[in-house]
Structures are given as C-alpha cells and as structure tokens.
Design a protein around this ligand. Structure first.
Ligand SMILES: NC(=O)c1ccc[n+]([C@@H]2O[C@H](COP(=O)([O-])OP(=O)(O)OC[C@H]3O[C@@H](n4cnc5c(N)ncnc54)[C@H](O)[C@@H]3O)[C@@H](O)[C@H]2O)c1
Length: 361
C-alpha cells in the first residue's frame, strides 16, 4: 500500500485549533496539499501561531463557516479531494453560556460545509468530526457503541448529536443515490496533547497551574473519560478518509475512536500523573458548584477495529507523558517546537502496527 494522501488536495476546517493544527501538520508531512479554513486562533499562546502553521500549507484562509459566500468560493476554488471538518465551538462550559453560537457553529456551520463540499465537483470524501459526547449519557461503565441512542445533557453535546443526525440525513437526502461524495462521522474521546490552551480543559488547566506554581483545581475529581493522545483519533480520521477515498459509500457511517479497553482514567489520576511527570504540582478539589458534566463516559471501539482495522497505539500513561513533555519543552524554550511536534508525529507514525502508510519520512 502507498500513502494515499501524497499529492491529494485536502480541505481542513478548524486548522487554527488544537486537533486541526496537528492534522494539518501530519497531512502536510504526508505530502498533501492542504487548504485550512477557520476563524483566527482564539487562545494565546496558540499552536497555530507558535508553529507558524499558516506558512507551512498551500492555503490558509481565516473565515467563518457561517459565511456561506466565502466558504463556497474557497472550497470551489481549491477543489479538494477530501474534507476533514473539525471547526466547532467545542467546549461544554462555553456552550452553557453561548447556546446560540454553539448551535449555529456546530449545526448550521456543519450544514454549510457539507453543502459547499457536495457542490464541489472533485470532492469525493468527507469526514465529519463530532464527539464521544453525542451519545445519550446514562452513566454506565460499558462503552457506548455506534448504535446507542444519541443525546446530550448540555448544549455542546446535543449540538454534536444534531450534527450526527444532520450527517445521516444529508447522506440519505443527497448522497445515497448520486454516490458523489462518501460522508462518515468520527466520534472520538477526550483528546490530550501539546498545543491545547483552550479554557476549562483538564490538561491546559493543569499545565497553567503547575507553571504558575498554583494548585491544580479539579472540578470533577472522579469523572472518567476516554482520554487519548491527539494523534490516536487523527490516525483514525486518516484511515477513515483513506477508506472513503478508495472504497466510498461502504465506509460512510459513524465510527468511534477511543483508548484501549480498561484504560479510562479519572480526572484525579490524570492530574496526578501530570504532576509526577512534571515533577511538581499540587491538586485541590474545587468545591464550587459547576454546571452539570457527566461522571462516566467510555467508548466501545470494536467497530473501528473490525471494519477499518484501527486500534489505538499508545497507553494512557504514554499519552500523558508525550503531552507533558511537549509543554515542558515549550515553556523551557530549549527547542524548536515545530521540529519537536513533527518528531512526535514521526515517532507515533512509526509505532502504528496496523498501517505503514502514515509514517512520515
Ligand atoms: N479536544 C477534544 O478533546 C475533542 C474531543 C472530541 C471531539 N472534539 C472535536 O474535534 C474538533 C476540534 O476540536 P479542538 O479541540 O481542536 O478545538 P479548538 O477549539 O482547538 O479548535 C476549534 C477550531 O474551530 C474553529 N472555528 C470555531 N468556530 C468557527 C467558525 N464559526 N468558522 C470557522 N472556524 C471556526 C476555530 O477557529 C478553531 O480552528 C471539534 O469539532 C471538537 O468538537 C474535540
């Protein structure tokens, strides 16, 4: 097998964000011609600015997915072979304060990107990135499978469940008969890795506290999440995209991507490991009352294993270690973070057992 992305035209929404930034770099290293389309990076620092990602790719457009004219003209001009849609309002706590923005971005914005891609002559494949939070959470230990009911207590989760329903409906309404574009959705777990400075996420919160010599304040100490290193779901998206490009509608379905079985850690365990690897830090429980967040969330990834042949590569502890080392290097300012990030992608690509196609040179 060869690396299918070499020379492919790839449109990524959300390339100024955390996951989109890593995906943009990985695809560029695989030889893809990438066009990124997103709002300005909204954290300071940001992976996009620190690693100068806009300069590394074919085209970088700062634009809103709600701006139909700019979105349509950018896609139509670029003529991508495949779209990875990651742009979103991705934060649970923000969604309580900004429900309209969350729904506009995650539902209407997604519809705009789907329509623009479907109108684009050359676009054959579309990977829509939603989340593990799209399931109706009934607080069970057993991992959710792709046929479990969709739902969502908070506005973020339910907006992503809507993006799932929208994708299924778009597929039925416009793609089934035409066979023009194969559309799949990807539901990944809680992602950790360097370059994330988003508000109210565990890793950035821990790293900021440790760096400022403050106690790490934990809101939900016993909450269990399917933590995974950022490159794990991205490897799943690449594989899913490859299957859509080569075999089309057969893979146009939802897929979960999560950590190895029995690897779900609780929030305290993650924070303790961060302090251990950073060699400093103190953990305190935040006793204030906070908006509802689920206690248990785990994913069943048997479908991705059976149908795509995907399995996770790193253990949870490896994921935490790679993450902490990234931030340590960033704050110590002792190395070039672009090179360091590419090295983490190289190291991960070489460790993947189920494909040699994503190892970069
Ligand atoms: N980080 C996680 O743990 C996690 C877990 C599951 C799913 N996801 C999903 O993965 C995707 C990427 O998440 P992330 O963690 O990288 O988030 P992020 O906040 O770092 O990035 C979000 C990106 O979306 C862009 N964006 C937001 N609104 C936009 C708009 N109206 N128009 C154009 N661009 C817009 C931002 O500019 C940014 O580039 C999201 O769809 C998110 O829901 C993330």
């Amino acid at each position: 097998m060869t690396n299918i992305y070499n020379g492919k035209r790839v449109f990524i929404t959300g390339h100024t964000g955390f996951k989109g930034g890593w995906l943009t770099l990985w695809l560029t290293e695989l030889g893809a011609k990438v066009c990124g389309y997103s709002l300005e990076a909204n954290t300071n620092p940001s992976m996009f600015k620190e690693l100068n990602i806009g300069e590394k790719i074919e085209k970088s457009v700062i634009g809103d997915i709600l701006d139909e004219n700019l979105l349509n003209s950018t896609i139509s001009e670029f003529q991508p072979d495949i779209v990875f849609h990651l742009a979103a309002q991705p934060l649970v706590r923000t969604s309580y304060k900004e429900p309209v923005l969350t729904y506009k971005t995650n539902v209407l914005g997604t519809l705009n990107v789907l329509i623009a891609a479907n109108n684009c002559e050359n676009t054959k494949a579309f990977v829509n990135i939603t989340t593990d939070k799209c399931y109706e959470n009934i607080e069970i230990q057993k991992g959710y499978t792709e046929d479990c009911p969709l739902g969502g207590y908070d506005m973020y989760s339910s907006s992503k469940a809507c993006a799932e329903i929208l994708s299924a409906s778009f597929r039925n309404s416009y793609l089934k008969e035409s066979g023009k574009m194969a559309l799949a959705t990807a539901r990944a777990g809680n992602v950790i890795g360097g370059g994330d400075w988003a508000k109210d996420r565990l890793i950035p919160d821990c790293i900021n506290a440790v760096n400022n010599n403050e106690a790490i304040l934990i809101r939900n100490p016993n909450a269990i999440r399917p933590w995974q290193f950022v490159l794990e779901p991205l490897s799943g998206y690449l594989l899913l995209g490859e299957k859509l490009l080569t075999e089309g509608a057969r893979f146009a379905e939802p897929f979960n991507f999560g950590p190895k079985e029995n690897e779900a850690l609780n929030v305290t365990e993650v924070a303790e490991n961060i302090c251990r690897i950073y060699e400093k830090g103190e953990i305190k429980t935040d006793k204030q009352i906070h908006p509802h967040e689920a206690q248990i969330l785990t994913l069943n990834t048997d479908k991705a294993k059976k149908i795509l042949g995907w399995t996770p590569t790193y253990t949870n502890l490896e994921a935490i270690e790679k993450t902490v080392v990234w931030y340590k290097n960033f704050y110590d300012k002792k190395c070039n973070m672009y090179d360091f990030t590419i090295n983490q992608i190289r190291e991960y690509g070489e460790k993947i057992t189920w494909s040699k196609n994503y190892a970069i040179r």
